[in-house]
Design a protein around this ligand. Structure first.
Ligand code: MG
Ligand code: MG
Length: 272
């Protein structure tokens, strides 16, 4: 069952989405060779609590930390540890928080120093595919339209689209209906409706789409050990159109990146 949100609830969800956006911006400042993922996790937990919010992943399904930290061939759900990042790594960081009783859920894959050209391209295309998907999240379309758009865009670049993990509805619980696969068929699946909020999150592999689950019960890696990228935004349908609740602006500010990629999905100006 899709839980529709009122305008007021969507504004509260925007605040939750901005908590995780700001947190990833703080984390972005510290992503460099030598830092450990546990150190980044601490930064995130403090930043979330400083915003009068609660880490959303900590304890959820018994997850032990604030951030999911998935380097290189890890797809998602990696657990922070004491291994320092090294030049040339990529690190997918997924952040959840609860504010006003609503979840924010947001992810970005960071390069650590200089990375291989083919990996850089994977990050760029995966992020582009996120917007290609968001563009289809509107009244009149269906779940399959978003999945189809993301899958086509990524497969046209020769990449593998992970099947086992999907985006989801978002609200007072972390995972609401509907599931939002990053693959699918046009015109199939549930219809989108006004006031619906989802997390769209392509998980895209440089090589095969196949994955393996590790014995810790959490970590998931690509079967061929090639890199995997993950970008995630929280999006509502307002006046029939996609309205972005999260933002990469804090990350771009930290990294000195200029971008207007989010503008088409915002009906009012972003105030940071
Ligand atoms: Mg997430
Ligand atoms: Mg999610």
């Amino acid at each position: 069952m899709i839980v529709v949100k009122t305008r007021e609830e969507i504004e509260l969800m925007r605040e939750a989405a901005l908590v995780v956006s700001k947190t990833l911006g703080e984390v972005a400042k510290a992503v460099k060779p030598g830092v450990t993922t546990l150190e980044l996790d601490k930064i995130a937990e403090e930043c979330i609590r400083d915003q009068d919010a609660i880490p959303g992943f900590l304890g959820l399904y018994d997850f032990p930390n604030t951030l999911c930290m998935s380097p290189n061939s890890q797809v998602v759900h990696g657990i922070p540890n004491n291994t320092p990042l090294v030049e040339g790594d990529i690190i997918s960081i997924d952040c959840g928080a609860i504010k006003h009783g609503f979840y924010g859920d947001h992810a970005y894959t960071f390069p650590v120093g200089e990375i291989a050209t083919e990996t850089e391209k994977l990050l760029q295309v995966t992020k582009e595919s996120l917007y290609v998907g968001i563009r289809e999240f509107k009244v009149g379309n269906r779940v399959g339209d978003v999945g189809y758009a993301i899958q086509k865009y990524c497969e046209d670049h020769g990449y593998g689209v992970v099947r086992e993990l999907v985006g989801h509805g978002l609200g007072r619980t972390m995972h609401e209906d509907p599931e939002m696969p990053n693959y699918g068929k046009r015109g199939r699946g549930k219809k989108f409706i006004e006031g619906q909020v989802v997390a769209i999150e392509p998980m895209i592999n440089l090589g095969t789409h196949r994955i393996k689950q590790h014995r810790d019960g959490w970590t998931i890696t690509t079967q061929d050990n090639k890199p995997s990228a993950h970008f995630e935004h929280d999006v509502a349908i307002v006046d029939g159109k996609p309205e972005l609740l999260s933002t990469f602006a804090y990350i771009y500010d930290a990294l000195g990146i200029e971008s207007d990629e989010e503008n088409e999905f915002r009906q009012k100006e972003l105030v940071l």
